[in-house]
Design a protein around this ligand. Structure first.
Ligand code: NAG
Length: 407
């Protein structure tokens, strides 16, 4: 039940905030590290039919199994598969190597890109050849509901002098608006089925569509910096991207710990000697601004997210995106093998960091120029975007003052 309630809560938020990647630090409590302590805590086993309450939220989302006998069979199969997989991967990964001395070994961090296949969308391929630089570009999806924000968005991009960006127009009005303003625009073919979602859909439906559209860009060998339109550009983001991971994303976090990960100690006093349990936490990646390389794990991620969202449209795309990225393989579930990087939260700044912290630090932080600012934490997006432009571009020192920290 917990899962279901959360699902509808997220949907309500998505609708009322009109496309916002709302805040709520759904900090993902990932996993308790120490299995033996877990066993102490949950004597029936972690995978009994009654997960502990804190786990139920995630547990209920997608992966319930029926009877325990069926479950143990699945576990056995999964185990078998796991044992078979490694040898099969050797030809893919190439030669075997001996491990070097202490301190010299490094895992493969950057996955190879796919062989570009332009046949998936020749019209888009032609457009991308003209627009992309170094096979990468900024992509935003927009319908006429976000027209005003889109205008601030592309005006800021032009001001910085970024040529490689593209708007995927989801309705005729926004397509016309882009043409009128000479904004690089791509309109999908009407026969591409899922287009009615883009025209009539709320933010949630558009979110699912986003991952399907992105796939074509990746299949054709392009890296995409996916961008919501409630974002102001102050520098060229391509000068600040590392390109060493499958997914490089801005964070909803607000300090070193919440953005980059920390050890959150859970206390269970009745356990006495073992009352402190160490957990690994990180604030979610923001699925409204991420750089994704054209690799197999990246495309698998898009497919997983789009697949789950089409089965359960009430899920919040950002929650699904993070679950797929971070949950490890476990019995009955195979995790994604994708490399991740969290962007610098002062350079790729969310609006909580700006309004709660940065704008108040006249001496230091407010002197720094971020690369982008995403108004993800606030529903009054347009006025805040304009104030950000006034502050950082037009030099109006008091432009950010009228707004409250939160809502
Ligand atoms: C956060 O991390 C950065 C980079 O590692 C470091 O320079 C900075 O001092 C840290 N900030 C705090 C408050 O610990």
């Amino acid at each position: 039940m917990v899962g279901r309630r959360d699902g509808s809560l997220m949907r309500e938020k998505g609708q009322s905030f009109c496309g916002s990647r709302v805040t709520v630090a759904i900090a993902m409590g990932i996993l308790l590290c120490c299995v033996s302590v877990l066993e102490l805590l949950y004597p029936n086993g972690l995978f009994s039919s009654d997960p502990p309450p804190w786990l139920q939220k995630f547990w209920r989302t997608d992966r319930q199994t029926d009877s325990s006998s069926c479950k143990s069979q699945e576990r056995a199969n999964a185990l078998k598969q796991g044992q078979d997989n490694a040898p099969k991967q050797f030809p893919v990964l190439g030669q075997q190597h001996k491990a070097g001395p202490f301190g010299t070994v490094k895992g493969l961090r950057t996955n190879p890109t796919v062989l570009p296949d332009e046949s998936v969308n020749p019209r888009l391929a032609k457009l991308l050849k003209e627009i992309a630089i170094g096979k990468e570009l900024i992509v935003a999806l927009a319908n006429s509901k976000v027209k005003d924000m889109l205008e601030v968005w592309f005006t800021s991009i032009r001001k910085v002098g970024i040529p490689n960006y593209l708007v995927v127009a989801l309705d005729d009005e926004i397509a016309e608006f882009c043409k009128l303003n000479e904004v690089p625009m791509y309109k999908r073919d009407p026969d591409q089925g899922i287009d009615s979602i883009g025209k009539t859909g709320g933010s949630i439906a558009v979110s699912g569509l986003k991952f399907r559209i992105l796939r074509e860009f990746l299949q054709m060998g392009y890296s995409v910096l996916l961008s919501d339109v409630d974002i102001v550009y102050l520098q060229n983001p391509f000068d600040h991207i590392y390109r060493d991971s499958d997914v490089e994303s801005m964070t909803d976090g607000h300090d070193n710990q919440t953005a980059y990960g920390y050890d959150d100690v859970f206390d269970d006093p009745v356990m006495g000697w073992s009352r402190h349990i160490y957990t690994v936490r990180i604030w979610v990646y923001n699925s409204g601004f991420f750089y994704i390389r054209p690799t197999i794990p990246s495309i698998e991620l898009l497919d997983r997210v789009a697949g789950r969202l089409s089965e359960k449209p009430y899920l919040w795309d950002q929650a699904v995106f993070n679950e797929e990225l971070f949950f490890p393989s476990h019995p009955g579930y195979e995790g994604l093998h994708a490399a991740k990087r969290t962007m610098d939260y002062y350079l790729f700044m969310n609006s909580k960091v700006l309004f709660k912290e940065v704008r108040k630090d006249d001496a230091k932080l407010s002197q720094l120029k971020p690369v982008i600012i995403h108004v993800n934490y606030h529903p009054d997006k347009l006025p805040r975007m304009k104030a950000i432009v006034d502050f950082y571009v037009n030099g109006k020192k008091d432009a950010l003052q009228p707004f409250p920290d939160g809502t």
